[in-house]
Design a protein around this ligand. Structure first.
Ligand code: DON
Length: 584
């Protein structure tokens, strides 16, 4: 990547780590003054964390400073976000973790996605007319899958971490017990979601003041029941959540609210170590999350298509570039609708979809001068080459280990229901299944048999935690939030970093676009010029710049960490003012 070590850089570093500023072995001995960027990441010498919440990032940074590795820090950040970022940080949801281990040169994908309870049925959300009842699939106890986060984080800690549960979960417990100052961003968000959250008295109890009003910025939010649950996890490990008191509280909540999760479902929950999806782009190796995420398959499929163009010659966010991106995305999302689901239940044709010959074929169907119509683009009939509100964060440590995690409750605050007595919110991840073939879910995504509801199955996800390696060394840990837009946001950060040679802060901040086949439109963030939009429209693209009439959509929060020129670079996505990167 481009070198931008400079005096400015050295000063930023000194602010972050005064005691180490003189010890740098690389680069800074002879600083090169190149102010060739407008945006700079946080820089540090020994490790970095970037997440959607500054307090949680600092928890991770402190773990690194005490000698923990990137996995210890990631586990600590995961539990801390469950306290300070209740929109999506969670112990009642699920997600995915990608780990790159420097010593063994392994890259590992950990799947801790929620599982459908044993009593789930394919048509459980259809009403008597056969229509999907979205209240049931999104805002009810029935919408919750069996939570995976605690299992996933503890499995990661046991297998790849170096610290004890008390060391990595203790800071989260302390934040819950003693409280933390509510940010403007959290205060605004709680007020915005008031209507959804006030259906459940325990949610009101946990996240609103005793008179029912919203915490103002700066006021201290304490979560004593959550602190007690975290304490049970510290003391008993998995049994502090999937057995005993916490499990009993979850089951009681389900029984009171008409949900399906039983004690046996909790006992049967397991995370899965999966083979990562591997691709390459211009000399970099790209590792990403395999099914039940659709993210890795489609990021690699899209990089394979785009690798055949000279994108930097088009220019970043030019009409020619956006056209190629949109046409590529259109084709990938068409395939997503048919071929992606939980690989334990449905044979996902991973190698066919990520095959270079198939990508070359898809590229040959793209007209460089005109938009295709999504109605004329279909998922492949047969694949000839096969023998089938969320938060994202990243950590890197001084030994070169890197972790990317995306985990979620699905919507902000999930189903809106909390486990009474246990202090945490329940996911509404079951809505990520296809409740009825052809009927879009909350993200407008369509699916069929591959992603139909079945007991014990994991719903298809778009979450795309990804690691980019160069010559076997992790140089970028990235991913995003944003429902169906996650995959395309992650793709653009990777392209910005590799193809357009941006530092990670520029790569994360640049305006992004999204196309998902259906609806047939490019959604565009502010920052793409009206002239560019006109050219795209003249090529036949429908452009959307607002969400339900709300002007200026921004999407994705792609908190990322890079290693560049001997320094760790943290980029907290500026789209959330609460985000923060912290290094040491
Ligand atoms: O797994 C998925 O694809 C969705 N449940 C992610 C939801 C999400 O990103 C919402 N936040 N922005």
């Amino acid at each position: 990547m481009k070198s931008f070590l400079s005096l400015g850089c050295a000063l930023a570093l000194m602010a972050a780590a005064p005691s180490h500023a003189k010890d740098l072995g690389s680069g800074l001995d002879e600083p090169v003054l190149t102010y060739d960027a407008r945006l700079f990441p946080v820089m540090a010498e020994n490790g970095m964390v970037s997440s959607q919440d500054r307090i949680a990032s600092e928890v991770g940074r402190d773990i690194l400073a005490r000698g923990g590795n990137a996995v210890d820090a990631a586990v600590a950040v995961g539990f801390a976000l469950a306290v300070t970022h209740p929109q999506a940080g969670n112990i009642g949801g699920g997600g995915f973790m990608m780990v790159s281990l420097a010593e063994t040169q392994e890259v590992i994908a950990i799947d801790f996605r929620e599982m459908a309870p044993a009593a789930a049925t394919t048509n459980m959300y259809l009403d008597e007319n056969g229509d999907v009842d979205f209240k049931k699939s999104q805002f009810s106890h029935l919408s919750s899958g069996v939570p995976g986060t605690v299992m996933g984080l503890l499995d990661a800690l046991d297998a790849y971490g170096t610290m004890t549960r008390r060391q990595v979960i203790g800071p989260a417990k302390k934040l819950a017990e003693r409280g933390f100052p509510v940010s403007y961003s959290l205060s605004t968000s709680l007020e915005e979601y008031r209507e959804d959250l006030t259906a459940d008295p325990s949610t009101v109890d946990y996240w609103f003041k005793s008179d029912g009003s919203t915490y103002e910025a700066g006021e201290i939010l304490k979560q004593r029941d959550l602190a007690r649950t975290l304490d049970r996890i510290i003391r008993k490990g998995r049994d502090g959540f999937y057995a005993g008191k916490t499990a009993e509280l979850i089951v009681a909540e389900m029984e009171a609210g008409g949900g399906l999760i039983t004690y046996e479902d909790l006992q049967n929950y397991h995370s899965v170590i999966r083979e990562p999806i591997k691709g390459s782009y211009k000399g970099y190796e790209v590792y990403s999350m395999p099914p039940p995420s659709s993210g890795g398959v489609h990021v690699v499929q899209m990089l394979n298509i785009l690798g055949g163009y000279d994108l930097s010659a088009d220019g970043h966010n030019s009409a020619a570039y956006i056209h190629k991106l949109a046409e590529t995305m259109r084709r990938a999302y068409a395939d997503r609708s048919k071929f992606l689901g939980d690989p334990d239940f449905f044979e996902v044709p991973v190698s066919a979809l990520t095959d270079q010959t198939y990508a070359d074929h898809l590229r040959s169907t793209i007209d460089l001068g005109a938009a295709s119509l999504s109605s004329a683009v279909h998922p492949a009939q047969s694949l000839p080459f096969e023998s089938p509100q969320t938060t994202h964060y990243a950590t890197m440590d001084k030994d070169g280990n890197a972790v990317a995690v995306t985990y979620t409750l699905n919507f902000s605050y999930g189903s809106g229901f909390s486990v009474d007595g246990a202090g945490f919110m329940l996911n509404n991840e079951m809505d990520d299944f296809s409740s009825k073939p052809g009927v879009p879910n909350a993200y407008g995504l369509i699916g069929g048999e591959a992603n139909q509801i079945e007991p014990g199955k994991r719903p298809l996800s778009s979450m795309t935690p990804s690691l980019v390696l160069k010559d076997g060394k992790a140089v970028l840990a990235t991913g995003s939030i944003g429902g169906s837009r996650i995959i395309t946001q992650t793709l653009q950060v990777i392209l910005n970093f590799i193809e357009f040679d941006m530092n990670v802060m520029e790569a994360v901040s640049a305006p992004r676009i999204h196309h998902q086949w259906l609806p047939d439109e490019i959604v565009i963030e502010p920052g793409i010029s009206p002239d560019t939009i006109k050219i795209l429209q003249s090529m036949g693209h429908k452009i959307r710049q607002d969400d339900d009439g709300v002007k200026f959509i921004v999407f994705g929060r792609a908190n990322s960490v890079a290693f560049d020129d001997g320094l760790f670079h943290g980029a907290a996505d500026p789209r959330d003012p609460k985000s923060g990167a912290a290094g040491y």
